[in-house]
Structures are given as C-alpha cells and as structure tokens.
Design a protein around this ligand. Sequence first.
Ligand code: PLP
Length: 471
Amino acid sequence: MNQKQKVSKKSSLKSRDDELLKLEAEYCSWGDTVHYAEKLNIFSRSEGIYLYDREGTEYLDLQMWYSAANFGYKNERLNNALKRQLDKLPQLACQYLHEEKILLATKLSQRIGMIFEEKGRVHFNVGGSAAVEDSLKIVRSYSGKNLVFAFMGGYHGRTLAASAITSSYRYREKFGHFSDRASFIPYPYCFRCPYEKKRDFCDLYCLRQFERLFETEYHSVLNVKTGKCEFGAFYIEPVQGTGGYVVPPQDYFTGLREILKRYNILMVDDEIQMGFFRTGKFWAIEHFNVVPDIVVFGKALTNGLNPLSGIWAKEKLISPQAFPPGSTHSTFSSNTLGTAVGLETVKLIEESNFATEVPKKGEYLVSRLRKLAKKYPQIGHVGGLGLAIRIEVCQKDSFTPNKELTDAITNIGLSGNLDVGGKKRGLVLDVGGYYKNVFTLAPSLYITEEEIDLAVELFEEALKKGIAATA
Ligand SMILES: Cc1ncc(COP(=O)(O)O)c(C=O)c1O
C-alpha cells in the first residue's frame, strides 16, 4: 500500500468511527459509565494484554476489564472451552442439570472447604451484583435481619440492593429512599487514615472505634440487655477495589472477625474483583487468616466470557433446609457456556503457578513504579497486593489528591498517541479511589517482565505529558 492509499484507508476508518459515535450518541443509553470519558474509544480487537482500535493502534491494557480478564484476552485454552460447549450443550434451562455446573460447584466448594476447613455449597448467578443480592437473601433468611455493615469506600454493585450497601450516595441519589442502606464504617486506609493516625503508632485505633459501637445501646447497634445486634452481616472487600486497591494492615481482619463473632454478625467476603489470584492467592481473604461465612465471586471466573458469578456459603446458611428450592432464581444463572469456561478456569489455575508468579510480577511492577515515585512527587503512593496495584496521584506535596492530573493521564493514555521506542501506542488505565485520583492497575496475570517495562515507560510518558498539560 503506498502512502496515498494508506492515508485514504485511515480516513475512511476514521469516518466509520465518527458514524458509529453519532449513532451511539443518539441510540445508546448514557446511563452506564461510557460517558465518564472525555474521548470515546471504539475498540475492534484484543489479544493478550492489548486492545486494538480499527486503525490497528495497540493499547496496553493495565486494567483488564476491571479484573474480569485476569487470564489475558483471547486466552486460547478458555476460548476453546467455550467453543467446545457451543458445539455440545450451548443452551439449557437452569432447572435441569449439566455436568460442568456440578463439577464447578464441587471444585469450588472443595477448594474453599480445604482453605477454610468448612463444609459449604455454591450457588451460581450472572454478574457480581446479582450474586451480592443472593448473599443478602442468605443473610436475611439466616439472621432475620435486613441491616448490614459495610465499609466506606466499598463497592458491591449497582442493582438496588447492592447500591444500598455500596458507600457512594451518588449511586442512590436519584432512586428514592433506601431503607436498608448499610451503616458505613471507616476502612483501614492507612495512607489517608480516616482518624489521621500514623500506622506505626495507631494500634488499630479504627478497629477499636468500631468495637466501641457495641459498648452502649446509645451507639445504636446493640441491645446490651439482650445482646442482640440490629445488623446481620458485615460486607467486606479484603482489598478495596473501586475504593482504590487499598490493602489493610495485616492484623485488621482477624480483629474485626473476633468482634463480629462476639455479636453473631456474619462476615461476607466480596471477592468479585480480587478473587482468582488477582492478589496472588485464590481468594484475597487468604492473606489475612480469617474464615468468612459467605464468599461472593464473579468477574474472572470466566475470564470475561459468558458471565457467571456466585456465592459460597457455610452449610448452616445454605443447606437445603436453610435455603430451600426456589429461594432465588435467574434464567441464565448457571448457563452452560459460563460453567464450561468456569470449570476450565479452575483447572487452569490448578495447573498454573500463580501463587509464586503473581507476587513476583507484582513486586517487580511496584519496584519500577516506586522508582518513578522518587522522580515525580505527583506519585504520592504506590502499593498493592500481588497484581492488584495502586498509584495514588497527588499534587506536588505528594499527598493532596490530584484528580485533574489523573484524568489528564487517563485521557492521554486513551488517545493512543504515546511514543515509546518510536511506536505509537495507547495505555488503558482505570481510575478509582475515594478522590478519584488512584490508578487501579490490574494487568493480565500472564504479563511478562518486558511488558511490565513497556507499561511503566508508557505510564511515565503519559505522566510527563499530563504534568505539562495541567501545569
Ligand atoms: C468488589 C465488587 N463487588 C461487586 C461488583 C459488582 O459486580 P458486577 O459489576 O458484575 O455487577 C464489583 C464490580 O466491579 C466489584 O468490584
């Protein structure tokens, strides 16, 4: 193709994107999160850690569909599992059984049983929020209580019930009164301690503040005369996801667990974003040496292919007597395409070495980012667990949140105009955090050292441009 032909092909691809964007503006609801962005990208292909636009520009993806595609785009083994099921049993009403559903539930229950030394069962659904809803039903039916605790900065989804236990009022504001809104407790976010303490000397002050709620009836959670608490469960994310990949102090959850046990409050562990080795363990809670009563999972179980989510609960909560037939149902809840991929994902995990590889890669990425932080005071904090990594973007004082610079870097990455080694590329970043100033990095678990190097170079290029644009 000569230069003239190349230019004409590029302009016809560009005009096709313009046509599509016009249609999108008119016919797609804007109620999702697409229009958070300044510039809308249309992607047409993916492979490994990359997304590609119609012109073939390569975008290195450091967020992998908010950790739903942990095992890389177009993972051949997982795609083949889907293709095989397409030719075998692509559809089946969920009231009938199929092999993969039973085997997947067995594998997950046995693995969890081994980790937590607890017998339990698995119930499937579609999408994280739907699984959160199922877990709420179990909490209500077991405890007889509608109210729960959850964390400030916590995210559990945007269906009505999931919004009620998600900390942002922004997600509830337009949708009426939420009588079962959670009581939100400060999360141990040590870089910005809600009590302005320093970790080295705090003696987990935040945990003691939570414990104090139970001291007198006038703190409004406990009838001290009967010992009965008004709250049935505490919803936790072992590492906060949307809240900005915040990792708690090592001993926080053991302390919390003890308090909850004292008052018969269930612990519900939301692993939707951090499960399936994002943090270097099958479940993120395994880092913290506590046994939850319910585990909720979704996202990476199918690597972003046919969605499948679910819950595991202790036998006493989910036995056929406690949660009888018909307690919950959704047409697509244990869809055969999802269970086939889910089963293959668990087998792939069993045959891989993520427990060693993920922490190693995470440490390398964090060490490279910490070097950048030394050069740029605008990087206030770098940290994480496994390959769930945070970069907190600040003003020059390395502390005051800098959303403007965060947005600029995001948009520069999505422009696809970064130049590293003479090649034009893009960088896909996700933003989270209480002040929307944290890059929540969730790269493919298969990312290589060379790809990490490239990612850091691209990030530095975007950071430099962002600093110049917002100066
Ligand atoms: C921790 C957590 N819980 C729940 C959800 C909701 O899942 P979904 O978006 O699949 O409904 C998410 C989604 O990002 C999440 O990160």
